[in-house]
Write a protein that binds this ligand. Structure first.
Ligand SMILES: [Cu+2]
Length: 199
């Protein structure tokens, strides 16, 4: 009577150990998978509207780096400041700037028509591309880039509204894959330095 019980207990241990090992292997595999696919976690295909409402997709920029920033043209501070930094950093790069397309994607498709967003980015350089789209297309692009945004309105604003949004600048490679991000507030020299490291 005691021996079968012992076997059951031992058997239980063996099965437990095996299950544990399998689970460990699985988590290891998952961890590895996350690391190897890290590049794909930010960015992805987008289909938006550019100058004159023309359809613009991520594929249009293959072969060049994309420096991507999300915001809205009515933004009082963060967007103009960051676009100014992008502009100055690209100027700092000299001829290498030709390898980079600075892209501004609006989070305010309601107000930012292709005309509005195109006119806005011209303030920061003729090479800047401004993109808008349907609310769904914008939402999809923002989600792909892990950008969070939310409409903000209070009584003092009347019909007007603002948009709270995250403010990272993304550098995407010539293959469209994520290369690195640059935090908001990085000085132009530092941004140029970072870009130079990857171009
Ligand atoms: Cu902004």
């Amino acid at each position: 009577m005691r021996r079968p019980l012992l076997l059951v207990i031992l058997g239980g241990f063996v099965i437990g150990a095996l299950l544990g090992a399998v689970m460990l292997l699985n988590t290891d595999a998952q961890r590895t998978r996350v690391v190897t696919s890290g590049k794909a976690l930010i960015g992805g295909p987008f289909e938006l509207a550019g100058k004159d409402g023309k359809t613009v997709t991520d594929k249009d920029f293959r072969g060049r780096y994309m420096l991507v920033f999300f915001g809205f043209t009515h933004c009082p501070d963060i967007c103009p400041a960051e676009l100014q930094v992008m502009s100055a950093a690209l100027e700092d790069l000299g001829a290498d700037a030709d390898k980079v397309v600075p892209i501004f994607i609006t989070l305010d498709p309601e107000r930012d028509t292709p005309e509005a967003v195109t006119a806005y980015v011209q303030n920061f350089g003729t090479n800047f591309v401004g993109l808008t789209g349907s609310p769904e297309a914008i939402e999809k692009a923002a989600k792909a880039y892990r950008v969070t945004y939310q409409k903000f309105q209070d009584e003092s604003m009347g019909e007007d509204y603002s948009i709270d949004h995250s403010a990272l600048v993304y550098l995407m490679g010539p293959d469209g894959a994520f290369v690195t991000h640059i935090p908001y507030g990085t000085p132009p020299k530092k941004m140029a330095e970072t870009l130079r490291r990857y171009l």
